[in-house]
Design a protein around this ligand. Structure first.
Ligand SMILES: *Cc1c(COP(=O)(O)O)cnc(C)c1O
Length: 389
């Protein structure tokens, strides 16, 4: 894997291992369906209750009638796949995840297209990333096609929950954790995998709204050799205190610097960042092992390159960025991730600085470009969309 920013004018980005994994074709949903057999929820919401639940959608507080589940044991491997009624878990108070945090997760959406079909975006990317996170957290890898089958079977069971309003989607949250009841510290011998689904509204119902960012110097999200490149709950746990500090500073989100030089931008607590230069080129922090490799980041790099823009994965120092904003060499900064898609960063604040950034043109363009592919309103030149139903 090459990490030096190539000087050669290569047409488009060099695919990372995750992007290469994501490019392997996925068998059609009909041939994966049924790997997670359905046990219907006897108290599923009726049409009226579901319509009520879908009326005023926010993020992550309403859940569908079912969930996917699979259990793994060291002796038996993955067994007991199923789609089961959504409900509380029964877990030993000694379950290892509650003590040592051995957990990983994913986030991916299902989109209702105008023809009524339900599609998802690059599911093999998330499947491969869950497997990569599993390796780092010493959890078992779920086979990629079982991961995708769990999405197919869950969304087919709960299809009526996929909303069709502007910017709405069904957010899917796959996760796996150590369920073994044992207080000794070891990689657990029993692991549960679940997928829950939550209909969610447009992140910005009234058009893109800029958010403000507190750049923390006191805390880091990740350290060299740590778990920053894995999607694991612990990274989020450690970001909550700095997030409170950001709120106390009047900011919406926190941005982290790298822990070695303490000078270079990494990412927000749950979104990658991109910097648009006045000359039209775009930069994003290089994947150093402490940054989570976002599916949205990857897609945006490709779409910008498609549009003829030079995209550089680079070291971006805070000091350099502040002086580029002051000089006008940087015109836009935005964050990206599955939940929010694209978010303009309108203000950067930290000890000794407080600057605003007004440009939105590239941010808006890339938001519209990506969402029109996801909602089936534009051609999908890279074959990213996958039909679930
Ligand atoms: C999930 C996540 C992202 C965004 O990844 P997407 O695949 O684009 O949703 C970025 N940073 C962190 C820390 C994350 O956990």
């Amino acid at each position: 894997m090459s990490t030096t920013p190539a000087a050669a004018p290569a047409p488009g980005p060099v695919p990372t291992p995750l992007a290469r994994a994501a490019a392997v074709p996925v068998p059609p949903a009909d041939s994966l369906a049924g790997r997670f057999p359905l046990t219907p929820n006897p108290s599923a919401a009726d049409d009226a209750a579901r319509a009520r639940a879908l009326r005023d959608l926010h993020f992550g507080s309403v859940f569908t009638d079912h969930m996917a589940h699979a259990r793994w044991t060291r002796d038996g491997g993955w067994g007991e796949h199923g789609i089961i009624p959504f409900g509380n878990l029964s877990l030993s108070p000694a379950a290892a995840v509650l003590h040592y945090g051995q957990e990983i997760f994913e986030g991916i959406k299902a989109y209702r297209h105008d023809d009524g079909g339900v599609w998802t975006f690059r599911p093999r990317y998330n499947a491969a990333r869950l497997a990569a996170s599993a390796r780092r957290l010493a959890l078992p890898e779920l086979p990629e096609e079982d991961f995708i089958a769990s999405l197919v079977d869950l969304v087919r069971a709960d299809e009526a929950w996929v909303p069709d309003g502007e910017g709405q989607s069904l957010y899917l949250r796959p996760y796996a954790f150590a369920s073994e009841a044992f207080l000794g510290v070891h990689a657990a011998d029993a692991v549960e995998y679940y997928v829950i689904a939550s209909p969610c509204g447009a992140y910005f119902p009234h058009g893109l709204q800029p958010i403000s960012i507190w750049v923390t110097r006191e805390y880091h999200r990740a350290g060299r050799g740590g778990t920053g490149a894995a999607k694991t709950g612990g990274n989020y746990a450690s970001s909550l205190l700095p997030q409170q500090e950001a709120a106390a500073q009047g900011c919406d989100q926190v941005c982290f610097l790298d822990d070695v030089t303490q000078a270079n931008l990494e990412e927000l607590g749950g979104m990658n960042i991109m910097v648009v230069n006045a000359d039209g080129t775009v930069r994003t922090p290089r994947l150093t092992g402490t940054i989570l490799e976002g599916s949205t980041r990857s897609a945006i790099i490709t779409l910008l390159a498609d549009a003829g823009r030079e995209v550089v994965e680079d070291t971006i120092s805070l000091e350099g960025l502040l002086s580029d904003i002051a000089s006008g060499a940087v015109t836009e900064v935005f964050a990206c991730g599955t939940a929010a898609v694209v978010v303009p960063l309108g203000r950067l604040k930290g000890e000794g600085f407080d600057v605003s950034i007004d440009g939105r043109e590239v941010t808006r363009h890339i938001h519209d470009r990506l969402t029109s592919i996801q909602y089936g309103r534009a051609e999908d030149p890279h074959g990213w969309m996958y039909r679930l139903v």
